[in-house]
Design a binder for this molecule. Sequence first.
Ligand code: UDX
Length: 451
Amino acid sequence: MKRVTIFGTGYVGLVTGTCLAEVGNQVTCVDIDQAKIDGLNQGRIPIYEPGLEDMVHANVRANRLHFTTDAAKALSAAEIIFIAVGTPPDEDGSADLRHVLAVAGTIGRCLDHDAVVVNKSTVPVGTADKVRHRIQTELAARAVQPRVDVVSNPEFLKEGDAVKDCMRPDRIVIGTDSPQAIDTLKTLYGPFNRNHERLVVMDVRSAELTKYAANAMLATKISFMNEIANIAERVGADIEAVRQGIGSDPRIGYSFIYPGAGYGGSCFPKDVQALERTARQFGYEARILDAVEAVNRDQKHRVLAMLEQHFDDLKGRTVALWGLAFKPNTDDMREAPSRVVIEGLWARGAKVQAFDPEASHEAGRVFGERADLTLCSDAFAALNGADALIVITEWKQFWAADLAAIKAALKTPVVIDGRNIFDPKKAEAAGLAYYGIGRGRSVATPSFVES
Ligand code: UDX
């Protein structure tokens, strides 16, 4: 059993803290947001994440998981201190380290015993050095000299699968040159490190870069597929067939090659931009990352272009939207393609009727009350009187939707399938004008036979 203190009760902090408590550690989560901490102490979980709520409640009841705003108290007995606070992009796209360094300052002002400080926030290469420096400066001012190792231990949690990813990680990256810190973290992560060695130990800077490289590679796969989808549309090929054709090559693999309305979320857009920015700071122009970002920006407008192609003018139209969250199984709308689509529809004078199984509340918070936005309580209510349906998030419940019922509910039977969840032939057989991503419908199929 270790005594663990975690700064930040966002996705990463809350999930990590809860999972560490679940395997028997004494965990205290600290946040500066009093309302959030009060909510957590009353059993309210600020995010929707499958499995998390029950696990938080069980560990609070077992007296292993605690929430507080009192950093000094939380640090008084901590052996391992996690920094899991946000690193939002600042205006130029680089990661804003204000919160991370503020936590480092707090640690330096309060700590009076040896500890391992583990940075889990996604931070540019070199941040661990800055954190170490900030802590040491504060300690020196107090003339105390505990041994503090600063380790980089990037997080690879996926929203919607976060608890599972934390309990059964495919790798645990540890960046440090301190044998003591490696030992401490080996013990801490022991329960998650079963069957085969998942710990990958390296120097701090490599660990910091690993996180960006992983997210940038995944984002690259998606933008690459979106680009191929755009080519498929023009040459009259079906990207879904192409996807299966290339995914069967184990060197390519089936995952993260789904074309769609673009990637969103709190990580990919921010991390690709931050890595580009870091590269530039060090005198390197990251051309691939630049293109990944540009393709994604355009892709978020793709479904709008399809709709405009069908109707010419969207003024006065009502458009149904299925999905608001940036992906299924979350209520998170950060950088969600739905936001670009909704803003685009409004800019063209259309009204939106949207449904999302989890993100309606978040949409209300993001957009506020508006006459041109109706947040519906079920999927078919959103279709009532609408001129078209756009599928923007591939929630499971949409996959099996009755196509004939969609046709019956819509005023004009147009479906823009931004996630390729429907079979184009079945959709057309049901009488729908169907547009998918990279499925050869939005551009007239060219003839390759010379006349
Ligand atoms: C991502 C990484 O997967 C995770 O390892 C990291 O720690 C944080 O960033 P997350 O942002 O939760 O996780 O979402 P993810 O499931 O990776 O999806 C990101 C976006 O890519 C979503 O908008 C999704 O719709 C899109 N996507 C994903 C595609 O468009 N096509 C795909 O094939 C896969």
